[in-house]
Design a protein around this ligand. Structure first.
Ligand code: GDD
Ligand code: GTP
Length: 419
């Protein structure tokens, strides 16, 4: 049997995802109508003999309990949340909860970063891992030379063994990068134990300086992958299907488009029909069954409409996510934007952002996860985000702006953060 662990971090992570992560943990933010990690869970549910999914993070258990109950009832699989008392790093939680992972005697377990999205090739990884008799297999993909520096980079030999692994190198190592999806055999806990004891002796030393990390902190990348590179037991499987990180709000729009596209083959039932949909539909659109969409609205391409949202007469929306209970009043337009929960957009308003897609002219380019501000202290042009319960007056324009929750906007805004 197999298991899967999804690493979701905690409230101190996901800062680039604000203000969207202010009232919902980032792993639960809906992309193509489903919480980010529901896409992971769905991929796991399709793997043969996968018996249990463990979600490890430092969010309060109460923030996830309702979601987990829903997932259990949809996918009929055991799912449990294991809460870290403090962030333990990408492998510290795995090691801390090792007995939970080992119980029931799985042969292998997946480790999935909760902040990636992809056309996950989990079954292929299982076959590859078995064939190679690997200790750990990394799902890998290609990046550009320049962007590779933001990821874990590796060099493989002819058989797929990882000869070198460097996490976020400062100079170029390889364009083959770590996707944050792994399959491990149980012996990996021995490697973790070695890293743990090595960390502890270092910890005794560090205490004199007073700048100590938690002694149980283990980094999967620094302490495990770097250690295993060159030993012949660490493998990587290059996969060239769609893969991206979900770090910034802009990447949610990008992920939304790709997951909608995957529905065409895997879940056509989730897409609004262009023939007998509720309104004019262009391309791939998800509309929650409880949303109300006026027949004269035009949606698409690449739009998701959340539960109980109301889209009025003559509204035009494209490349955007409208969250639960939002109201878009008549004849307004929303482009490259995210409209927060329970927000209200008056008539004839315009909400527009700048797409931040990967450079289409560069093969294997990924999204640039730009910080909010550039080096001149100016806001980097990005998608427009209305936080929860924002009210935008009729006939106003909001362009490339980020609006924090509960704001009343009564004038036009351009390139601003509205605090
Ligand atoms: N439970 C738990 N505890 N999860 C954590 C912790 C922690 O202390 N720290 C990080 N995570 C989770 C995050 O929520 C995320 O899903 C994942 O682990 C990795 O997060 P980061 O530590 O921010 O790493 P990264 O995303 O910059 O880089 C990693 O992923 C890249 C691919 O997206 C590395 O593995 C890179 O090598 C890789 O290329
Ligand atoms: P391209 O399709 O890229 O050429 O863009 P465009 O010049 O049509 O305009 P834009 O990207 O700004 O708008 C996209 C869609 O929204 C188009 O179908 C427009 O007709 C429509 N649109 C533009 N502005 C408004 C508006 O203020 N209100 C409404 N209801 N629709 C609008």
């Amino acid at each position: 049997i197999l298991k899967s662990v999804i690493l979701i971090g905690g409230p101190s992570k996901g800062t680039r995802f604000r203000p969207l992560s202010l009232d919902i943990p980032k792993p639960l933010f809906p992309v193509a109508g489903l919480p980010v990690i529901q896409h992971h869970i769905e991929a796991c549910s399709k793997v043969d003999n996968l018996s249990e999914i463990l979600i490890i993070g430092s969010y309060l258990a109460s923030d996830l309990s309702q979601f987990i109950q829903e997932m259990i009832s949809i996918y009929k699989i055991t799912i449990r949340y294991l809460q870290e008392f403090t962030p333990l790093g990408t492998a510290g939680g795995l090691y801390h909860f090792r007995d939970q992972i080992r119980s029931g005697g799985p042969t292998y377990f997946f480790v999935m970063n909760g902040d990636v999205c992809a056309d996950f090739s989990l079954q292929e990884i299982v076959e590859y891992h078995k064939e190679k008799q690997a200790l750990l297999t990394i799902m890998a993909t290609e990046a550009t030379r320049q962007q590779s520096l933001n990821f874990g980079c590796m060099v493989l030999d002819k058989e797929g063994k990882v000869a070198h692994y460097v996490e976020k190198p400062s100079t170029f190592v390889s364009t083959l990068i770590n996707c944050g999806i792994y399959l491990a055999s149980l012996d990996i806990f021995q490697t973790m134990a070695d890293a743990f004891y090595a960390g502890q002796s270092q910890e005794n030393f560090m205490q004199f300086n007073g700048n100590s990390k938690n002694p149980a902190h283990i980094s999967l990348e620094q302490d495990i992958l770097m250690r295993l590179a060159g030993t012949g037991r660490l493998f990587a499987l290059p996969v060239l299907k769609w893969w991206s990180q979900v770090k910034t709000a802009g990447s949610a729009i990008y992920a939304n488009r790709h997951y909608l596209n995957l529905y065409k083959a895997k879940h056509p039932d989730r897409l609004a029909s262009a023939v007998n949909g509720p309104c004019q539909i262009i391309g791939d659109i998800y509309i929650h069954p409880s949303a109300t969409v006026h027949e004269t609205a035009v949606l698409g391409p690449n739009v998701s409409i959340g539960p109980n949202a109301v889209i009025a007469r003559g509204v035009r929306i494209r490349e955007s996510i409208i969250l639960a209970n939002a109201h878009i009043q008549a004849h307004s337009i929303v482009l490259h934007s995210i409209v927060g929960k329970s927000s209200y957009v008056g008539e004839w308003a315009r909400i527009e952002g700048t797409p931040c897609d990967p450079n289409p002219d560069k093969p294997f380019a990924k999204m640039e996860n730009l910080p909010l501000f550039n080096t001149n202290g100016k806001l980097n042009p990005s998608i427009t985000i209305l936080g929860t319960s924002v009210r935008l007056a009729a006939e106003k324009i909001v362009l490339n702006s980020i609006v924090l929750p509960h704001k009343e906007l009564t004038r036009n805004f351009k390139n601003e953060i509205i605090l």
